[in-house]
Design a protein around this ligand. Structure first.
Ligand SMILES: NC(=O)c1ccc[n+]([C@@H]2O[C@H](COP(=O)([O-])OP(=O)(O)OC[C@H]3O[C@@H](n4cnc5c(N)ncnc54)[C@H](OP(=O)(O)O)[C@@H]3O)[C@@H](O)[C@H]2O)c1
Length: 240
């Protein structure tokens, strides 16, 4: 779809990758960008001051909040399910409350938002797109992030189911599978981390091209190539 002239909604658009997606959408000529944020006061003043930006309160785990956000943004043509949380813990002894929170946010939250925005997306005359920001480790887990990996694996499956379910409505569904990104989420973690601006740009380039799957940084592109040819090899690689 054409980013120029689109009306986008970015969940968790106040910081991290979401904030970079907002900047990139504006740079590419989006007509309007709704910035979903739990705390509307946390959106950077320069972003909030753009006349094309509308800040909307949104907690993706809360039915009423999601319904109110969808009502406040009835003209959305491009939904970006970006909001997410990462809890650490291994499959053997990770805190199940933390695993459950990640599942509620990363899987059920993204699904709840997608469902709420479907009426608007179906109304879009020039076609519409949903982007689900997943992660490379949705496809093979990392041991210390077992609960997060599982929540994103569920969101990956949901992405595929949604793609089939809304294709006839003219809605494209894009799965984005980044590797590590340099945001608050990975503070204190020693790893290669991509620039969130680069990741945002590559995701939107994929949306514009109509690609259903995007590996938006060099590390994920390399690992993605391994996954496509030999999924068990990626599992061994990440387990190590
Ligand atoms: N960083 C990485 O290495 C990496 C790699 C692959 C994929 N990802 C994915 O990229 C996406 C963005 O992550 P990030 O790196 O930008 O992380 P981040 O800097 O921690 O930002 C997370 C964003 O999600 C929002 N959020 C969390 N729970 C929410 C909820 N219940 N309702 C609404 N918003 C909520 C946060 O809002 P608050 O400000 O209110 O907390 C914040 O805006 C996530 O889906 C993440 O899983 C990240």
């Amino acid at each position: 779809m054409n980013i120029t002239g689109s009306v986008a909604f970015v969940t968790g658009g106040n910081r991290g990758l979401g904030a970079r997606l907002v900047t990139e959408l504006l740079a590419r000529g989006a007509e309007k960008v709704y910035v979903g944020a739990r705390d509307t006061g946390s959106v950077a003043p320069d972003a909030a001051a753009d006349p094309r930006v509308r800040v909307v309160a949104l907690d993706v785990t809360d039915d009423a909040s999601v319904a109110a956000a969808a009502k406040a943004a009835p003209d959305v043509t491009l939904l970006v399910n970006n909001a997410g949380v990462l809890g650490f813990g291994s499959v053997l002894d990770g805190d199940l409350d933390v695993f459950e929170r990640d599942m509620r946010t990363n899987y059920l939250g993204a699904l709840r938002v997608a469902r709420a925005f479907l009426p608007a997306l179906r109304r879009a005359s020039g076609g519409a797109t949903i982007v689900n920001v997943l992660t490379l480790i949705a496809l093979a887990p990392m041991g210390p992030m077992a609960g997060y990996s599982a929540s994103k694996a569920a969101a990956h499956s949901m992405t595929q189911a949604l793609r089939a379910a809304v294709a006839a409505d003219g809605i494209a569904v894009v799965g984005a599978y980044p590797g590590g990104i340099d945001t608050d989420m990975l503070v204190g973690v020693e790893a290669a981390k991509a620039d969130p601006a680069t990741v945002a740009a590559r995701i939107l380039t994929a949306v514009a091209a109509g690609d259903p799957v995007v590996w938006p940084d060099d590390a994920s592109a390399g690992a993605g190539a391994v996954y496509v040819t030999d999924p068990a090899a990626l599992e061994r690689m990440l387990a190590g």
